[in-house]
Design a protein around this ligand. Structure first.
Ligand SMILES: O=C(O)CCC(=O)C(=O)O
Ligand SMILES: [Fe+2]
Length: 318
């Protein structure tokens, strides 16, 4: 088990932005200019695999060239704004995350997998949109402040502390409504949800992962042969771009990285009562209901609980 640091190592130049990020677990900032939006949109159209369907992050592609070109070009495009807003950071991985219109294009309520030692560092996504976002075309929803509820080790094999209430969490979420070029910077440990894209157009965002310059990559693995413990692995900075187990063998023990041994973990769990006592209700459920097409509702159930597909399809997800 670990404790969060009392004070996060500073990565935002501006004190107010840093404080807001620490408090809420996310902050919205203007990020790409029109030229950068146009460049990345063309790049996506040039590079992406033609058979892509539903929810599709480039880090999921079997095509290493696509993954690497996307990574390089997105990180380059991020440089201007990253230099403006950030200090003492390293930008580790850039990716496209696309939602083609489909009831299957959502991503369940989740936290992203741990990628660093969170007793010292914070892993942050710059989730920047190339199109205007709204509830219908699949923007994300966040549970404000949930990044600091419990220190967690997260990975596809590790039970989530909110697994008994993932359906109830929807009543407390807030949508992130941002315009093309804007970004939400969010702590990877914040609880978030990404509903399906019910619009007629493709939704393209870039996601760039960064952390403090001194942080090293860590991933965690649970196996019931060791109850009450998780195994930590040291990984290289290229882990996200190169990891090949995001497909069907995501639940296997990692085949890359160096084992750092077993760590005690108390596997926290929360109840609906806990949510009621700690969060204010929002109108998220109503917004989500309204965004669904009015016909065929039974087949358009908003997938909130993780399915096996959800578990294997995301790259930033545990
Ligand atoms: O792009 C999205 O809508 C959310 C993706 C996400 O949360 C993830 O890949 O972990
Ligand atoms: Fe995520």
């Amino acid at each position: 088990m670990f404790q969060f640091p009392d004070k996060m190592l500073k990565v935002f130049k501006d004190e107010d932005i840093q404080a807001k990020f620490e408090q809420d677990g996310y902050v919205i900032l203007p990020f790409y200019n029109q030229k950068e939006v146009n460049h990345l949109t063309s790049l996506y159209r040039e590079l992406h695999p033609k058979n892509e369907q539903g929810f599709f992050p480039s880090t999921f592609s079997q095509d290493k060239n696509y993954r690497q070109r996307a990574d390089e070009e997105i990180r380059k495009a991020c440089q201007r704004s990253a230099e403006k807003f950030l200090c003492d950071y390293k930008m580790v991985c850039g990716a496209f995350i696309v939602k083609n219109p489909s009831p299957e294009s959502g991503m369940c309520v989740h936290q992203d997998m741990s990628l660093i030692d969170e007793s010292r560092f914070t892993g942050i996504n710059i989730w920047a949109t190339l199109t205007d976002l709204n509830v219908k075309n699949g923007t994300i929803f966040v549970l404000k402040g949930s990044h600091r509820l419990f220190p967690t080790y997260r990975g596809s094999t590790i039970p989530e502390f909110f697994q008994d209430v993932s359906e109830d969490i929807v009543d407390y979420l807030e949508p992130v409504i941002i315009k093309a070029g804007e970004a939400v910077f969010f702590d990877q440990s914040i609880i978030h949800y990404s509903p399906p894209n019910f619009s007629d157009d493709i939704r393209i965002v870039t996601n760039t992962y960064f952390t403090h310059k001194d942080a090293e990559y860590r991933t965690y693995y649970y196996n019931d042969e060791h109850p009450g413990q998780v195994e930590a692995f040291e990984q290289s900075d290229e882990f996200m771009t190169n990891f090949e187990q995001f497909g069907e063998n995501i639940h296997d023990r990692p085949k890359v990285g160096k084992s750092l041994g077993l760590i005690d973990y108390d596997f926290p769990r929360i109840s609906n009562e806990y949510l009621k006592n700690n969060f204010e209700k929002t109108n998220a459920r109503e917004l989500l209901e309204k965004a669904r097409p009015s016909i065929g509702l039974e087949t358009m159930q908003v997938a909130i609980k993780p399915s096996v597909i959800d578990k294997i399809k995301s790259f930033f997800t545990s």
